[in-house]
Design a protein around this ligand. Sequence first.
Ligand SMILES: *Cc1c(COP(=O)(O)O)cnc(C)c1O
Length: 482
Amino acid sequence: MAKKINLPKTGLSKNDVFNEMKTVKEKDVKWKDGKVWCLVFSAGDELSDITKEAYNMFFSENGLNPNAFPSLKKFENEVVAMTANLLGGDENVTGTMTSGGTESILMAVKTAREHYLSKHPKSKKMEMIIPKTAHPAFDKAGHYFGIKVIHCDLKDDYRVDLDKMEELINGNTILLVGSAPSYPHGVIDPIEKIAKLAKEHDILCHVDACVGGMILPFAKKLDYNIPNFDFTVDGVTSMSVDLHKYGYAAKGASVVLYKNKDLRRKQFFVYTEWLGGIYASPSMGGTRPGGAIAAAWAVMNYLGEDGYLKIVKTVMETSEKLKKGINKIDGINIVSTPEASVIAIGSEELDVFVIGDEMSQMGWYMDRQQDPPSLHMTIMHAHHKVADKFLEDLKEAVQKAKKFTIGKVADKVKVSLVKGAVKVLPENVVSKLTSKSSKLLSGKGEIIPKRSAAMYGMMGSLPNKGDLNEMILDFMDSLYDA
Ligand SMILES: *Cc1c(COP(=O)(O)O)cnc(C)c1O
């Protein structure tokens, strides 16, 4: 049962409000010191102060109606144009801003659906083919828009298998997807080949550059070896790029881009019969925060190409240092060959989740991944200061994991972690899940251990994925209660 909470009868003082917020904030992950490898992108206080100032200046304005706010119209159109330009777009490439990568992807899929329906008006069976590594936002889009999602196998290097992708194409295919790079392992799918395949079969091709779109173009300029992944590739018809990641905009800022205006038009929604007047909206939301649009414009103009290059140089150098350092540690390795700054740590012989637990004990915060079990790291600007300390601690964690596995863990957790069946869950979530799932698991007489490594193992051993789905839904019910 949800706890009942009343609106305070009389309002609190400003002091009381802020004091309480400060108190609860203390328990949040501390990302400023560089110990967190996900969730918050920052390139220092000076830059975020500028972003905040711009956000505040347009705090109240609403991007739903650009006619009322020519300022926001200008900002949005310029942000989209600058982004298109960075990603090799010609003068036809266009798009809109959205609230984030998920919305950009939802819109690209919706556009692909409308495009397909314009050619096959009676079609009821639509499919899109995405690599197994593609972001779940595509699965969400399939779920929302009634499109079947086909998950294509990968090659040994974790890039999508082109032959398999080709075999999966049929008359119902509306969209092929590649990531630049993929979130789980940071590798860029063979975009040129995917786009060629799409073009040959006359279907659309989306490149998900949500995490990569604001770093890869600069890394390329800095002479890092980045394969072609953007609109310069013939056959690419849409892209998603998050500005609230490596663009350092305020959260709630992403761009979805299309090859031309005809495609973008299929994203728009218009309803002309409403008693409230003619309603037109470019994307999922209605009201759109002016602050997020203005802040994106401000940060892009403030940094300029030089500014981004400088930040990207630091991030790429830190990434190279970490990749080398990690691969040097006996027992673990970087999964595949990530081109940029998103990486995963795996192991052939050790339980990486035990290593993850040891790292957590030392205050590091990394996401856990499955298939193969790995620890995820998005390398950000703040990490250049902590890279050496990280490598030192990692070495120690690996040593501990070596002792750990040989001894007790193997029999205690009688599960195959390699067959892990669990999606990324932050570790604090997992520990809460433990209590929820004890009912489910206790039937088998298992003892639920405290550490997350064992928990992941157990979830992986659930015979029925439906159980896991229900468990997570139960957990979400509890998460969204006061
Ligand atoms: C972050 C990310 C997304 C989703 O973006 P949100 O802003 O979290 O909605 C999609 N694809 C990739 C590759 C990402 O890294």
